[in-house]
Design a protein around this ligand. Structure first.
Ligand code: NAD
Length: 359
């Protein structure tokens, strides 16, 4: 029987609570499947700074490099948010991990659960049937470009938006491959009417498109994409975009589903992949046992599918989440005035329901 090694990086705030939940679900899935899992924990973020003064200790990187997949909670602590000048910060742990492992493709599926249509700020008829997957470039663009500095005695600031053809090609291949397994429609988002880096992006996407003749490609400016996402989200199948545009558009798209607590993500390169919920460490609710664990549990479905090539097990996890919602159970963030109090379950209880509903 194959044994896969999973690195567990719980991180900060609600990170340990949601990773604990996802860990239990993974163990339950493995008991039903014909593979086994071994888990190793390592520190990242504020928790790592407290223990070692380093947001990404060397041992953590080693645990990750040896693993078949990494499951992460979230990093971040209010003491850094209140003082942006602090130089050692939790999020550096995550940025360094992505960079060290070459995780250049951030994959974010945006799917509407029929049962949660009332949670979205958009009208049910607008969001019905939405099924998008974003491929956001994660290790290049303006968040990493040099120079980035202050000049003119601090009165002028600059960042550099930079892409190489090779960086665009490798993420484009991943997005086209995904499109081939879906509806074969790809929308590449850029700002080619203004930015030179976007013109290279578009040129390169067109070059890669020739290798995937079955995929219908459309280019869209980011301002238009921001509008179309809320006007007609069903239009999109695979969205391919750069680091900053993807950062902004995926948060916007998360609101189609109405809850940060439901959205998983994967960060992929050519080696080990990292799987994490899109939400942060939610310090406002940490330690209360009320965090919604479903984004992290759904991240394990991506992990099973994309890292371990176990699509059957991934389907089991998604079905169990769906069945839990269909049975009327809600985590506190998904409850509304008409939800019967007995159906509102805290983190541990809703995790147990999901495990009970595993097919
Ligand atoms: P956040 O996602 O942590 O929280 C935003 C709001 O959503 C909060 O009200 C929170 O209670 C709620 N929320 C988030 N996840 C939830 C869940 N699973 N269940 C129920 N409610 C949930 O974003 P923020 O408040 O902007 O940031 C908090 C900290 O997290 C900051 O330090 C930030 O830097 C960090 N952060 C980390 C990541 C990451 O690790 N990938 C991502 C975003 C923010």
């Amino acid at each position: 029987m194959t044994t896969y090694k999973i690195a567990l990086l719980k991180g900060d705030g609600i990170g340990p609570e949601v990773v604990q939940a996802a860990h239990q679900v993974l163990e339950a899935v493995a008991r039903k499947a014909d593979f086994s899992l071994s888990f190793e924990e390592a520190l990242i973020g504020h928790a790592a700074i407290e223990a070692t003064q380093n947001p990404l200790p060397e041992e953590t990187l080693e645990v990750c490099q040896k693993a078949d997949a990494i499951l992460l909670g979230a990093v971040g602590h209010p003491q850094y948010d209140e003082d942006p000048r602090r130089t050692v910060r939790p999020e550096q742990g995550l940025l360094s991990l992505r960079k060290s492992l070459g995780l250049y493709a951030n994959v974010r599926p945006i799917q509407v659960f029929e049962e949660l249509r009332e949670v979205s700020p958009l009208r049910p008829e607008v969001i019905a049937g939405t099924d998008i997957v974003f491929y956001r470039e994660l290790t290049g663009g303006i968040y990493f470009g040099q120079p980035r500095e202050r000049r003119d005695e601090g009165n002028t600031a600059l960042d550099t938006m930079i892409y190489t053809r090779a960086e665009v090609r490798r993420i484009a291949h991943k997005a086209f491959t995904a499109a081939m397994a879906r509806q074969k429609r790809l929308c590449s988002v850029d700002k080619a009417n203004v930015l030179e880096s976007s013109r290279l992006w578009r040129e390169t996407v067109n070059e890669i498109a020739r290798q995937y003749p079955e995929v219908q490609v459309q280019h869209m400016y980011v301002d238009n994409a921001a509008m179309q996402l809320i006007k007609n989200p069903r239009f999109f199948d695979v969205v391919l975009t750069g680091n900053m545009f993807g950062d902004i558009l995926t948060d916007e798209a998360s609101q189609i589903t109405g809850s940060l607590g439901m959205l998983p993500s994967a960060s992929l390169g050519d080696g080990v992949g990292l799987f994490e919920p899109i939400h942060g460490s939610a310090p406002d609710i940490a330690g209360q046992g009320i965090a919604n664990p479903m984004a992290t549990i759904l991240s394990t479905a991506l992990l099973l599918e994309l890292a371990l090539q176990q699509p059957g097990a991934a389907r089991m996890v998604r079905q169990a989440v769906q069945a839990t919602l269909a049975a009327g159970f809600r985590s506190p963030d998904l409850a509304h005035a008409h939800t019967p109090p007995a159906m509102v379950l805290k983190t541990e209880a809703i995790t147990q329901k999901i495990i009970d509903f595993l097919p």
